[in-house]
Design a protein around this ligand. Structure first.
Ligand code: PMP
Length: 415
């Protein structure tokens, strides 16, 4: 959106009323800064060479640098050689990309996929997928338009679904005492939800806690959701990143589909959104309405990223390379978890730290308190969100020992 600045308004024709009067935006209140991006700003301003940023959830290599996958570089080279056109995409994106992405999520043997019952659209990243899904549900979900989020959940879920016109409520998920899953609380809350509510589930590598249900627990969650006729909306932002294996990480989604649930799914790696329908004819109707949601939002999605992803997903050699790189990233993070745990134990850090190793994916909820995270930022130049969440990808061979020592001192009150 562009606001007409006052100097411009002065040269506007007489019937424009803003010139010389109070600005149309004078009553707009300043919004609070984003809690995660604020961490990066504080990190950037810090001049200490030991500083560490564990705020943002983006992968870093063992030197702390952003990592461009070889599979992506090779796909870009192939695309540059092929020199394809840069025409507008259709509203729902690049068809070869969305079908490859759906196969990655649901599995090649998925029944609704084979029966052409999955309405899929490319979107603008995972956030856009959630927003399209939220708007679609807000418009067409035939029951009470309430979505339940795990407590806590990714900070952007609440505004995304609220702005989509859904009422947002929470269900128990994280147990502060065990720094693990409050499974009993979660099941009880699912059982107490009004039938036909919408439930948001993180498919794997829960953000911010790093705590996932086990396959057995997923089966029970699926049963309760079926009994209560709840509608599962999966957010899969980290497929492959949790275990290093894309199929293993898709367990929950594939289990729910095999159990006959009708689901909605937002994928983030691939930035696409899809929902299962009962028949191809119903899928076509859902498709037509997704287009009507998207067309006034941004008309059609960008082409370049979809082409890169689809080149990788559809080429056997590049797909293999990509899978091995996903595993490499996941394994590096798993190794950092082990080293952090071992260091904390070796340094006789008070408390129980096995959750660091048990948690999954990009993030770890350390259990550090707000005063401890504050001390770590002010005295050790280590930045994380105030809730004690760290992005494991920010740790590497160069900073893990300094980080562990500092955490140990913060917990002992020695910083
Ligand atoms: N869902 C979750 C759980 C996430 O962590 C993220 C990214 N932080 C998203 C959705 C959004 O994904 P994207 O960055 O592709 O918009």
């Amino acid at each position: 959106m562009q606001a007409i600045a006052r100097p411009l308004a002065r040269v506007a024709p007489k019937h424009v009323r803003y010139a010389g009067t109070v600005s149309a935006w004078s009553a707009v209140p300043a919004g609070p800064p984003d809690p995660i991006l604020g961490v990066t700003e504080a990190f950037k301003a810090d001049k200490d060479p030991r500083k560490i940023n564990l705020g943002v959830g983006a992968y870093r290599d063992d030197k702390g640098k952003p990592y461009v996958l070889n599979a992506v570089q090779k796909a870009e080279e192939q695309l540059a050689d092929a020199n394809p056109d840069k025409e507008y995409l259709p509203i729902t994106g690049l068809a070869e990309f969305t079908s490859a992405a759906a196969k990655l999520a649901y599995g090649a043997e998925s029944v609704p996929l084979k029966e052409n019952r999955i309405a899929v659209t490319q979107s603008i990243s995972g956030t856009g997928a959630l927003r399209i899904g939220g708007t679609f549900l807000g418009r067409f979900f035939p029951h009470v338009k309430t979505i339940y989020l795990p407590v806590p959940s990714w900070g952007n879920h609440t505004p995304i679904f609220r702005d989509s016109g859904l009422e947002v409520k929470g269900y128990r998920y994280f147990d502060k005492k065990t720094v693990g899953l409050d499974f009993a609380g979660m099941i009880e809350d699912l059982k107490n939800m009004p039938a036909q509510s919408i439930v948001l589930l993180h498919a794997c590598a829960h953000n911010p806690t790093g705590v996932d249900p086990t396959p057995e627990q997923w089966k029970e969650i699926s049963n309760v959701i079926k009994e209560k006729s709840l509608f599962p909306f999966f957010d899969m932002a980290y497929q492959g990143f949790a275990s290093g294996d894309t199929s293993r990480d898709a367990f929950a989604v594939r289990h729910f589909v095999a159990e006959g649930h009708q689901i909605a799914l937002s994928q983030s790696f691939a930035k696409n959104m899809g929902s299962t329908a009962s028949a191809p004819e119903e899928k076509a109707r859902v498709d037509s309405q997704l287009k009507i949601v998207i067309r006034p939002m941004y008309s059609n999605p960008p082409l370049h990223g979809a082409r890169i992803a689809s080149t990788i997903l559809r080429n056997e050699a590049l797909y293999g390379l990509w899978e091995s790189e996903v595993k490499l990233m996941a394994d590096r993070i798993i190794e950092m978890r082990s080293r952090l745990f071992e260091n904390l134990v070796q340094q006789n850090t008070p408390g129980e730290w096995s959750h660091i190793k048990k948690q999954i994916g990009m993030f770890s909820f350390t259990g550090l308190t707000q005063p401890q995270t504050k001390a770590l930022a002010e005295k050790a130049h280590i930045y994380m969100t105030a809730d004690g969440r760290i992005s494991m990808a920010g740790l590497n061979g160069r900073n893990i020992d300094y980080f562990s020592e500092s955490v140990s001192k913060a917990v002992k009150g020695d910083l």
